[in-house]
Design a protein around this ligand. Structure first.
Ligand code: 6CS
Length: 312
């Protein structure tokens, strides 16, 4: 069969590297083919998700930054100052973490999705027109976020005026000054020229860009045992590959920005400067638990344990 696979990025971006590896594995070990639909080819993230849930797509890569609007528990990946940022810790957290690897499967199933892999794309950094070091500095800044509600709550708590929008509107939004800034990992900022549309990039240490690959559950359940194993093996190979690559994504993204845009201001908030943001993150965590309930709270507690274990 020909399997359709949609993602939110291009073939040379992290999601594309995973998808390409997945496709290679499937095609090398079966008669099936995988057709990859990169960013922009099937509408926005939310459109592709509708198609995946309806079974028009067999596979989809969608990030919690969007999936959180559908699955509140997925917003656990968005709660500020819970995710690791140090690359080696990141790798361990995603590879060995109990929360990441065991607690989301059944939750995604409830939305008709068989969760295959969860992986990181780099630390979230904020690009703005003006420098900021305190929540007060962020006052009045219109920051674009992905569409999960927790991101709006985060930037409101941080002092800014967030605006949620799909990816396809961001570049136009920055050009027309509808927004003054946005957050994304360095590798993506560089690839899509977001540094050239803003003046400052700030490391706040509050998050990790995470994404997830899923299959339509009905499609998956109807596969033969051999094909299920094929899909699981291909996911595992692609995940191992991307987790190895992920360790370098931040450094590569940053180095490329520094090289191509030497005048760009890059700030890293100190521990002291991060403190007020961490303080404000508590309210965001409470909002998460409010929406995601006991199951969400348990995931968050497990993530904190996984983080501690990964830091050892
Ligand atoms: O900001 C966004 O919407 C996009 N960011 C990344 C890193 N991947 C895809 C997503 O749509």
């Amino acid at each position: 069969d020909n399997w359709r696979y949609a993602m939110e990025e291009g073939l040379t971006d992290p999601q594309g590297l995973y998808a390409t590896k997945f496709k290679e594995e499937i095609e090398a070990n079966s008669d099936h083919t995988v057709q990859i639909y990169p960013v922009g080819t099937l509408g926005e993230s939310a459109d592709a998700m509708e198609q995946a849930q309806a079974g028009l797509l067999q596979f989809i890569d969608q990030s919690p930054g969007f999936t959180g609007a559908l699955i509140p528990e997925a917003e656990a990946f968005l709660v500020p100052y819970i995710q690791p940022t140090d690359p080696q810790v990141v790798r361990k957290f995603f590879k060995e973490g109990v929360a990441v690897n065991e607690m989301f499967h059944d939750i995604y199933r409830e939305q008709g999705l068989e969760l295959l892999s969860v992986f990181p794309e780099g630390e979230m950094v904020v690009t703005t027109m003006e420098e900021f070091r305190t929540p007060a500095d962020l006052e009045g800044m219109k920051i674009r976020t992905m569409t999960s509600p927790l991101l709006l709550e985060t930037y409101t708590a941080f002092g800014a005026s967030p605006i949620a929008m799909p990816w396809g509107e961001l570049i136009g939004g920055l050009k027309t000054k509808m927004v003054d800034g946005q957050e994304n990992p360095a590798i993506w900022i560089e690839a899509y020229d977001l540094d050239n549309l803003t003046n400052v990039m700030t490391y706040t240490g509050h998050g990790q860009y995470t994404t997830a690959v899923m299959a339509n559950a009905e499609f998956y359940d109807a596969l033969s045992d051999a094909d299920k194993e094929l899909v699981q093996n291909a996911s595992q190979v692609a995940l191992d590959y991307i987790l190895d690559v992920a360790v370098e994504l931040d450094a590569t993204g940053l180095a490329k920005i520094q090289e191509s845009n030497p005048g760009y201001t890059i700030n890293r908030l100190t521990e002291e400067e991060r403190a007020p943001f961490k303080e404000r993150a508590k309210a965001v965590e409470a909002a998460f638990v409010e929406r995601a309930g006991e199951r969400g709270a348990a995931i968050l507690e497990q993530m904190k344990k996984d983080l501690a274990a990964a830091q050892q």
